[in-house]
Design a protein around this ligand. Structure first.
Ligand code: HEC
Length: 148
């Protein structure tokens, strides 16, 4: 997807704001995400989906296995860019990535989830395990779909 290089430092800067304040937002590709505003219902749905789908590879506490499956707990890669996380859910992931200083080179299939489920599972992951607290909404997922 088109992302002007000159915006990159700005994006990285804004994403690394881990202050956790409820009013903090991150701007990505015109998508603005608030932090720590997901409802209990969204987080509960996200937890159920995480345990049913993601835990098979990323393990129940999000630690991954350190070999083929990267961690989604306290993951620098995850917290750097929530819009990229939406893209990974929709389109899967292939090729080399570095997560918390370790290189992974494997494959994640696209997740066949509704916009609501995609939003809930990402909000759950971001709300836990020392992650940055981004609240992903179904509308954000729909916006990312439209852009690609
Ligand atoms: C079949 C195994 C599998 C399943 C199921 C799976 N993933 Fe992944 N995931 C992977 C692999 C493998 C990678 C790394 C791909 C690479 O090396 O290019 C990855 C990468 C990621 C990343 C980016 C790297 C990181 O660790 O921050 C995120 C975020 C992620 N997955 C979240 C999820 C979520 C949320 C779910 C559930 C909806 C899920 N994954 C389901 C295998 C899986």
């Amino acid at each position: 997807m088109f992302r002007p290089l000159f915006l990159l430092p700005l994006l990285l800067f804004s994403c690394q704001d881990n202050s956790g304040a409820a009013t903090a937002t991150a701007e990505h590709s015109g998508i603005s995400l608030s932090k720590n505003t997901a409802s209990d219902e969204e987080l509960q749905l996200g937890k159920e989906i995480y345990n049913a789908v993601c835990a098979a590879c990323h393990l129940s506490e999000g630690t991954g296995d350190g070999k083929n499956f990267p961690p989604v707990a306290a993951s620098d890669y995850l917290n750097e860019d929530p819009v990229r996380s939406i893209e990974i859910m929709l389109y899967g992931m292939d090729g080399k990535i570095k997560v918390n200083g370790k290189t992974y080179d494997s494959f994640m299939p696209p997740q066949k989830l509704t916009d609501e489920e995609t939003a809930a599972v990402l909000s759950y992951v971001y709300a836990n395990w020392q992650n940055a607290g981004f609240h992903v909404t179904p509308a954000d997922v729909a916006t990312v779909k439209e852009k690609l």
